[in-house]
Design a protein around this ligand. Structure first.
Ligand code: PLP
Length: 450
């Protein structure tokens, strides 16, 4: 029976990403408190959150230093905005920190509140830049199928899930999609990773030629696709994509909302894949999600036309009340300090390698088609037929049973169709990875017996 809190939730709350009525009938899992990488529900049951919330609670769920940083800043100045010529200390320090720690030369930061808002803002900055640079025809943007960039009108258009577009009359007309680097799902029989990467780059080139190179402003991509099912690109993929973009002077926007701050084993996913973007979008692990905050980090090539006083486009009329929030910025500064102080990038290197190695031992299981991942992010592709790489008639059926079975065992993962995504907090230790692998092994055993 649902508890009274669950019943009130069903009565009053419309949840994100649900088929509202049917999903809410059962009542939600209500999480009450957190401790390191674990969360506890209202009945006191403990879960190892192998998704770090939503790919985001890098420092886990009970980091006192983040709480104290927020509390301290709340007492000094709980809010001030950054419109026009106003600013606040923490936002200044964070902007400087992000510019200085960027993997490629960057010059300015614009603050927003969520990954979606940040990507929408980049779209507006790109349009503004093209107008300012006297290239009003350069407005089209390319992103990728299976890419996830958020849910606001622009960000949802960038997101490459056509099924989710239809119900909202999206994408916007200037946004188009090219193929994803999903080798396991999208490669042709006998194709090598190298040939597949070349084909993807050629498809991008053809799309650009078809649309007219001088009409394309930018390309958006996650270094490793997260919500699309943890899609790790073939080794030469980004080199090939970048050379097409460079040839046509197309801006590259790296959406590091999941990859940023250590997830792939380096501070930025761009470092892991040798990506040199013009713009980097960060959020999630920037504050370990203790406070909603996102940031757009841009280079001079992006910024200069926007700032050029002789441009005729007028005021940059864009910004959010909470953009550059001093409490969010203070939490982010402490979060970045802790990542450095505790050597968490090295921890991802060490524990991530251990997790990847142990996960790969599962690939011999009859229900596992592929294990992929890098650093502390991975996916297990469940299949019923290894040869045809399919799980069931309806994609997601097997994946959702598997995540329910893991849930019963006190482990939270997230299924994207039949791929189980794994993205634990950066603070996980070896014992917790063992707990995760044991849970998955047990789940596979139960699933096979069903
Ligand atoms: N970009 C990426 C790569 C994401 O994974 C997400 C969220 O999962 C977003 C953007 C959107 O962020 P938000 O949910 O904060 O709007």
């Amino acid at each position: 029976l649902p508890s009274s809190q669950q019943a009130r939730d069903v009565a009053y709350q419309l949840h994100a990403y649900t088929n509202a009525r049917s999903h809410q009938r059962a009542g939600p899992l209500i999480i009450e408190r957190g401790e390191g990488p674990y969360v506890f529900d209202t009945a006191g049951k403990r879960y190892l959150d192998a998704m770090a919330g939503l790919w985001s609670a890098g420092l886990g769920f009970s980091e006192k230093r983040l709480i104290e940083a927020a509390h301290r800043q709340m007492q000094i100045l709980p809010f001030y905005h950054t419109f026009a010529s106003r600013s606040n200390g923490p936002s200044i320090a964070l902007a400087e920190k992000l510019v200085k720690m960027s993997p490629v030369p960057m010059s300015k930061v614009f603050f927003t509140n969520s990954g979606s808002e940040a990507n929408d803002t980049v779209l507006k900055l790109i349009a503004y830049r093209s107008n300012a640079a006297g290239q009003p025809q350069r407005k089209k943007v390319i992103s990728r199928l299976r890419g996830y960039h958020g849910v606001t009108i622009g960000a949802a258009s960038l997101t490459g899930f056509p099924d989710n577009h239809r119900s909202f009359d999206l994408p916007l007309p200037n946004i188009m999609h090219t193929g994803s680097p999903h080798f396991y799902k999208d490669s042709r029989a006998g194709e090598s990773e190298e040939t597949f990467a070349t084909r993807r780059a050629e498809e991008l080139e053809s799309l650009i030629q078809r649309e007219g190179a001088d009409t394309i402003a930018a390309f958006f991509g996650e270094p490793v696709m997260g919500a699309g099912g943890v899609i790790v690109p073939p080794p030469t993929y980004w080199d090939k994509i970048q050379s097409v973009l460079k040839k046509h002077s197309i801006l590259l926007v790296a959406d590091e909302v999941i990859c940023g701050f250590g997830r792939t084993g380096k501070m930025f996913g761009c470092e892991t894949y040798n990506i040199a973007p013009d713009v980097i979008v960060v959020s999630k692990q920037l504050t370990s999600s203790y406070f909603p905050l996102s940031a757009i980090i841009m280079n001079d090539y992006m910024f200069e036309p926007i700032a050029d006083e002789s441009n005729k486009v007028g005021l940059l009329a864009h910004g959010f009340t909470g953009g550059g929030h001093p409490v969010g910025a203070a939490v982010a500064l402490e979060n970045l300090k802790l990542i450095e102080e505790r050597g968490l990038i090295a921890n991802v290197g060490r524990i991530g390698a251990y997790m990847q190695e142990r996960l790969r031992t599962l690939v011999d299981h009859p229900l596992v088609g592929e294990v992929r991942g890098v650093g502390l992010i991975a996916a297990i592709e469940l299949v019923l037929d290894k040869k045809r790489k399919v799980a069931a008639t309806t994609p997601g059926d097997v994946g959702s049973i598997a995540s329910r079975l893991l849930h019963e065992r006190g482990i939270i993962v997230r299924n994207v169709d039949d791929a189980l995504s794994i993205c634990p907090p950066l603070i996980v230790n070896k014992d917790q990875i063992d707990e995760l692998i044991d849970g998955i092994t047990g789940m596979l055993h139960d699933l096979k017996a069903m």
